[in-house]
Design a protein around this ligand. Structure first.
Ligand SMILES: Cc1ncc(COP(=O)(O)O)c(C=O)c1O
Length: 373
């Protein structure tokens, strides 16, 4: 597996001398490159970075520096934007009442994804502009856990709830200025976001104030193999969808993974090696506590040896963490060079949904280090 250029071994080995493992390392220039790629989308008016993917303060600051807003799903994420010159967008799910009040107080755009807030807390919305999130019935993405529409997904309003939402908003004195949908994560079909725009058009017909169409995130990242999302094709499809829209529209996207995935690696140290039942287990000092994606989604991250970069494969191994769970497997049946206790390994493409989903399970910790450039 060739290493992406930024995390050549000497730089990360030097970092590991200064920081206890396991830790995530994030690379500023790789964030810049991803932001610049998204800024080539001419048919997109505004991009809000979905900070649930990676909430490190310097990551947020770096992306805000590219003119990106911040998409937030909790009071904590709203507060993370303090001090940054970044517009906020609040797109929560089953959040408590106080968090909507907090979002308005911070001047954030607010997206509603159920009738409950308008029906039960109408006073919160008097004189306010809101967006409505819809489940358009089709979930997409790399695993069933990341498909947020269709089936029994808990997100969004059903299209048939539109009249009730419109009436409740009118009764509360709120204006519906935008529609939103997000169908999942890890999507490689370039037509997806244009399809979202097309599918939201009929819903906008009865809503004269709607001008914003937030088409969600979910832009796929290849994790070092397979598909690449064709951004030019995404843009071309969106341009066509905008051209056929019956009114002038403002298009927003809220990607997370695309912006941060390749900018992060998880650096781990080998603890023990075990041969059992014809299989070699290589143990490292962070497992599902540090990176839960393999256990949760069957996600596959490339693994490289930082101690022996470029060395030939010494055979296939199972890479496991130190947690007391059978699911504590970071990678199965991967080729690795010879390894010894104390060697440094890196799981690459780990900048998204790594630290933000980490836990202190078994009271183990994982750190974060930002490399400005
Ligand atoms: C509403 C919403 N928007 C955006 C995102 C970001 O998705 P991704 O990181 O795949 O771009 C998510 C992810 O869960 C989401 O639920």
């Amino acid at each position: 597996m060739p290493m992406p250029p930024w995390f050549h071994a000497p730089a990360l080995v030097a970092l590991a001398d200064a920081h206890p493992t396991p830790f995530y390392a994030y690379h500023g220039p790789t964030l810049d490159a991803a932001a610049a790629q998204l800024r080539t989308l001419r048919s997109v008016d505004r991009i809000f970075y979905a900070q649930k993917a990676n909430g490190h303060a310097q990551v947020l600051a770096r992306l805000a520096g590219h003119g990106l807003g911040l998409e937030c799903v909790s009071a904590g994420e709203l507060a993370a934007g303090d001090g940054l010159d970044a517009p906020l967008l609040f797109t929560p799910n089953f959040a408590p009442r106080a968090e909507y009040a907090e979002a308005f107080a911070r001047g954030s755009h607010v997206t509603l994804d159920g009738l409950h807030p308008l029906a039960r807390w109408p006073e919160l919305f008097r004189g306010r502009d809101v967006l409505l999130r819809f489940d358009l019935g089709v979930g997409r993405g790399h695993h069933r856990h990341v498909r947020t529409s269709g089936g029994d997904a808990k997100f969004g309003l059903a299209p048939e709830d539109l009249p009730a939402a419109r009436d409740l908003a009118a009764a509360a004195g709120a204006r519906i200025v935008g529609l939103h949908t997000h169908s999942g994560s890890g999507i490689f079909d370039a037509g997806t976001w244009a399809e979202h725009l097309d599918a939201l058009q009929p819903l906008a017909e009865a809503l004269p104030d709607v001008r914003i169409f937030n088409l969600g995130g979910g832009l796929g990242v290849p994790y070092g193999r397979g598909h690449v999302l064709d951004l030019a094709a995404v843009d071309a499809a969106l341009a066509q969808a905008r051209a056929r829209a019956p009114r002038a529209v403002e298009v927003w996207l809220e990607p997370g993974r695309f912006l941060v995935c390749e900018a992060g690696v998880l650096v781990l140290r080998v603890t023990q090696i075990k041969d059992k039942h014809g299989r070699r287990f290589v143990g490292v000092d962070g497992g599902m506590n540090a990176l839960i994606r393999p256990a949760l989604y069957g996600a596959r991250h490339p693994v490289v040896s930082l101690t022996r970069p470029g060395a030939p494969s010494a055979g296939r191994v199972t890479l496991v963490g130190p947690c007391c769970e059978s699911a504590d497997v970071l990678a199965r049946n991967i080729a690795l060079p010879e390894v010894e206790e104390g060697d440094l390994l890196a799981l690459t493409h780990a900048g998204a949904y790594g630290f933000t989903m980490a836990s202190r399970y078994n009271l183990r910790e994982v750190g974060e280090v930002f490399i400005p450039g």
